[in-house]
Write a protein that binds this ligand. Structure first.
Ligand code: DLL
Length: 436
């Protein structure tokens, strides 16, 4: 019988017991940051609070939020809550949208992080008989190290491939019979496309599951990857600031991700007002780390937009679930006053049978926003529709207009003209930002 949970005592704990555990840990965590991080101490003092005011998890709303701007201001050591000599590792964000965020880990922090990733691997059906092929990037990015550690804990044979060199990925995958693939969904789609081009059918590989995350992806993209690779594709979520992948993971029900809420307390807030919203309402996800020693974050605003649900899950886990994030609030495009998430466009494209190779370009010409969508055709589609490209472009533009409420210009482009991603895909080029 396959092992269903990595830490059953926690993963199936009653909601009441979980709340008790969260309260105990939260009270301790607040004291820890107050005593060790002058920045937190000031934030609390400014609100007239001391750790004595925090007696259970319900007191969390008394505390202020923390934002990425705070993390950047405090770079590199300002939020460190333990002596540097207790730390054994850093990981970091790519810093593409500003100053890097550097997160610190003690050995215990790493153990907990790896346990969280191990829960995700077991939930995807992983056991010590699996060959876990990790092609998230290794290095400062948390994807590779996190899943690598989780895979060791489960006892899988771990292939620390890192990203890129797709030829080599495929050779190892075939020769060593990889059974679980860990990478971004866009890279999984690219690996699937390359396998198909090499003449492999889905049943030719030994893969049974994929653990894909680090970027938004739609249900349609999941179905596409599942079909191309002949696997079950599971979602995994996390961010560098709170440790990395494994904050939340999907189970066999594939209907949202269980949050490891013994380590990360989740709230959903209205991004405009900061008001905490009830379960089931869509808003910005806020996390509080309950067990982090070196780099604990209290009420950290992720900017990811999603919904929380306590609906009973058929897998038996009682951990609260988060829906697939639609993307970050700062990934949301405002085009001619309309809110647009790239994932909405992806849904239309895949539903109409196109590949997930697309790129969105936004510009402002004569004071009007323009939306251009480049969609790549497969060689067969390209051959068959050469004479009727315009008709297909119009049809697609109409479907996207129905979804978004604004008209795009669609360009069906030749095979292999859109750059493939080995990590997080770049879906949007916003020229408006470039002129600013
Ligand atoms: O992407 C950590 C990670 C690695 C997660 C591997 C899953 C797998 P960052 O680079 O700090 O960390 O980016 C974090 O990526 O705030 C979300 O906006 C986005 N993100 C992460 N996972 C998902 C997901 C890693 N499953 C940011 N779906 C987060 C949608 C995701 N967006």
């Amino acid at each position: 019988m396959e092992k269903r949970y990595y830490q059953p005592g926690i993963e199936t704990m009653s909601v009441e017991d979980m709340k008790k555990l969260q309260s105990e840990r939260f009270v301790k965590q607040v004291k820890h940051v107050y005593d060790n991080v002058p920045y937190y101490q000031k934030l609390m003092n400014d609100k007239g609070l001391t750790p004595d005011d925090i007696n259970s998890i319900d007191d969390i709303t008394k505390l202020p939020f923390l934002t990425k701007a705070d993390l950047r201001d405090q770079y590199p050591y300002g939020l460190l809550a333990t002596d540097l000599k207790n730390c054994v590792r850093i990981q970091s964000t790519s810093g593409t949208t500003g100053r890097r965020v550097v997160a610190f880990y003690t050995q215990e922090d790493i153990d907990i992080w790896e346990d969280c990733c191990a829960r995700a691997i077991v939930a995807a059906g992983g056991t010590n008989e699996d060959v876990c092929h990790v092609c998230y990037g290794y290095g400062l990015f948390t994807g590779g190290p996190g899943l690598n550690g989780g895979s060791h804990k489960v006892g899988c044979l771990t292939l620390p491939m890192s990203s890129g060199n797709t030829e080599r990925q495929i050779q190892f995958m075939m020769d060593l019979k990889s059974t679980i693939l860990c990478c971004t969904p866009s890279y999984a789609a690219y690996i699937g496309e390359t396998l198909r081009e090499k003449g492999y059918k889905p049943e030719d590989n030994s893969l049974k599951a994929g653990i894909f995350g680090a970027e938004p992806w739609t249900e349609e993209m999941r179905q596409d990857i599942e079909k191309t690779l002949g696997i079950k594709a599971y979602d995994i979520y996390g961010l560098t600031e709170t440790s990395g992948p494994g904050v939340a993971f999907e189970c066999e029900e594939q209907s949202g991700m269980h949050i490891n809420e013994d380590h990360f307390y989740a709230e959903i807030i209205d991004p405009e007002t900061g008001e905490v919203l009830p379960e089931g309402e869509k808003g910005e996800l806020v996390f509080t780390s309950l067990t982090k020693d070196a780099f604990p974050l209290i009420r950290y605003r992720t900017r990811d937009i999603c919904v929380l649900s306590r609906k009973k899950c058929s897998c038996g886990r009682t951990l609260i679930k988060m829906s697939k994030p639609m993307g970050r609030s700062d990934d949301m495009l405002i085009i001619r006053g309309v809110n647009v998430f790239p994932s909405q466009i992806e849904t239309v494209l895949l539903n109409m049978g196109y590949t997930p190779n697309y790129q969105i370009e936004v510009d402002r010409i004569n004071n009007t926003d323009t939306l251009d969508i480049n969609v790549e055709l497969t060689p067969e589609e390209y051959e068959n529709s050469k004479s009727s490209l315009e008709v297909h472009e119009k049809k697609l533009a109409t479907a996207i207009k129905t979804m978004l409420g604004i008209s795009p210009k669609v360009h069906l482009v030749a095979p292999k003209t859109i750059v493939r991603s080995e990590g997080k895909a770049v879906r949007v080029i916003d020229h408006r930002k470039l002129h600013d």
